[in-house]
Design a protein around this ligand. Structure first.
Ligand code: CLF
Ligand code: SF4
Length: 519
């Protein structure tokens, strides 16, 4: 398979994908059976876990494959300012909160500027594999600008996948255009299937030149969202559903939403926490509606996991986000800077880069599998959590003091299961350690048994040890997956020999961690 072939190869396998999506709807949400624990699409997504036609679609999409997000980047272009409805968690001064962190404002672009920006980013960041349009309003409330941008990019940069995120209200009207333009990945934000729940989230919609409110608005919206999802999956287009978890309003109900979208062939479900604060000026922010704690979010994701694949590595990024999911570089690509750039988009060099990445990924997967196979006879139900400092590429390659986030995994005899990324205020500031940051970092990962780093100073090392968190730096610059399993094996050995006692750690601070990550 050509390593750069992305959405341009879909004509030949649309039929395969359609059939597989049917399997997804009928089975566990990823079209595969998984023997040793959960390794499915949104969580681990390795080549061996997925049918080939689906793997070709997700293998370089950082949102649709957790494993791919270590290696590939996405960018958004903010070409869609208008919206056709109102959500109670949105303030229209800012970007669409369905895919973006509330309170963030993007620089709006016209399609020609968006093309230039895409080529500039593709030239500077070889990992770039996906162009998404996610706002700042709703892309399908701005169909001309959205589709014109996709057309321009598809022609000029055929190795970049096209991705769209929408509230779904206008979706059924545009499915044919989406299919014609080979937009291979579509996200629909679906927060309810019961209009009684919907009326508490959406005060109004604007549909067919008319404004609707209350129950009627929620009924139309829900019908259109589910119809759009069915139409897309019928055409073999991979769909992700985003849901904003709003405690007391739709938290319990999202289990029903999960079943409804799974039965219509959705590939992945991304349940995101409501981020609500009075300064955002939203209805929910001003009324004191709280977001979920990390514990509540994880419990809901776990409850839905049996039905289908859950995305757990979402960063709720900006409508103008650029780069790897954990490393936003949007500030480097303002319009002013782009206009001054000498852009050299080179298809061949990007292809060569991807060939190299795919070789490295294969080596990492093989090494992890080999390490895991040595656990085959283990039956322990011990599941320690670990935090990993990484800059990407699937390696433990970040210094503790420079880390802006940790990737948290739960280890078991089935392998490493991602629990999500936790943002932190990095410890090292101008060459010195910041005490308050250190305390906050330790609180953020205090349910973890170990932290994997490339390097760490004496002070944080001793404070982590005092907090009962083992510092693991012997795997510096090595593969993450293989290293975590190797450490887990030695951890199990110590527990079994009585050298070490396994303790469940730190659940008491999970509330605090949710506050940290929302900050
Ligand atoms: Fe962008 Fe969304 Fe496409 Fe990804 S983001 S349009 S699917 S390319 Fe990804 Fe960002 Fe989460 Fe969205 S991490 S907010 S899920
Ligand atoms: Fe805001 Fe997006 Fe909702 Fe429109 S769809 S109101 S832009 S959150």
């Amino acid at each position: 398979m050509d390593p750069v072939a992305g959405h341009r190869d879909r004509a030949g396998d649309a039929e395969d994908v359609r059939e597989i999506i049917q399997v997804i709807a009928e089975h566990n949400g990823c079209g595969t059976s998984v023997d040793r624990g959960e390794t499915a699409c949104g969580s681990r997504a390795a080549q061996s876990d997925l049918p080939s036609a689906i793997w070709q679609k997700v293998k370089s999409h950082p949102c649709y494959s957790q494993e791919a997000h270590h290696h590939y980047a996405r960018m958004h272009v903010a070409v869609a300012p208008a919206c056709n409805m109102q959500c109670n968690y949105c303030n229209r001064k800012y970007d669409c909160a369905n895919e973006s962190r509330p309170g963030v404002t993007s620089e709006k672009l016209v399609p020609e500027q968006a093309l230039k920006k895409t080529l500039a980013v593709a030239s500077a960041i070889p990992q770039l594999s996906v162009l998404g349009i996610a706002g700042p309003g709703d892309p399908l409330a701005n169909p001309e600008k959205t589709f014109r941008t996709f057309e321009l990019v598809a022609k000029a940069a055929p190795d970049i996948k096209l991705c769209l995120s929408t509230n779904g209200l206008a979706l059924p009207d545009h499915v044919d255009t989406i299919a014609r333009l080979d937009i291979d990945h579509v996200t629909i934000t679906i927060n309810m299937i019961d209009p009684e729940v919907g009326r508490k989230i959406y005060p109004w919609i604007f549909y067919r030149h008319k404004r609707y409110a209350g129950l009627e608005a929620a009924k139309i919206l829900s019908r259109r969202q589910l119809q759009g999802l069915e139409m897309l999956t019928e055409r073999g287009i991979l769909c992700k559903v985003n849901s904003v978890m709003i405690p007391g309003i739709n938290d319990q109900h999202l289990v029903d939403v999960n079943k409804a979208v799974k039965s219509r062939g959705a590939f992945l479900h991304n349940i995101m926490p409501l981020i609500s604060s009075p300064e955002h000026g939203t209805v929910f922010g001003l009324s004191g509606q709280r977001g979920p704690t990390a514990q509540e979010l994880t419990a809901l994701q776990d409850a839905c996991q049996g039905n289908m694949n859950m995305m757990r590595h979402c960063r709720q990024c900006r409508a103008d986000a650029v780069g790897l999911l954990g490393d936003d570089r949007s500030a480097e690509f303002t319009i002013e800077r782009i206009m001054a750039m000498d852009i050299k988009y080179n298809f061949e060099s990007r292809q060569a880069y991807r060939t190299k990445v795919e070789r490295e990924r294969a080596a990492q997967a093989a090494a992890e599998q080999e390490e895991l196979s040595s656990l085959a006879s283990e039956t322990s139900d011990i599941k320690p959590r670990v935090a990993v400092a990484t800059k990407g590429a699937g390696l433990i390659n970040e210094h503790f003091g420079h880390a802006k986030e940790f990737q948290v995994y739960e280890l078991s005899t089935s392998g490493a299961r991602v629990l999500g990324a936790r943002r932190i205020d990095h410890y090292c500031k101008g060459g010195y350690g910041e005490e308050r940051s250190l305390e906050s970092i330790i609180r953020t990962i205090n349910d973890c048994h170990a932290v994997f780093v490339a390097k760490i100073g004496g002070r944080p090392r001793s404070e982590l040890l005092k907090a009962g968190i083992e510092v693991v730096d012997q795997y510096a610059y090595d593969f993450m997956g293989k290293s975590m399993i190797a450490w887990f094996k030695s951890y199990l050995d110590k527990v079994e020999s009585g050298e070490h006692r396994h303790l469940q750690r730190g659940a008491g601070d999970i509330q605090q961690r949710a506050l940290n990550s929302a900050a």
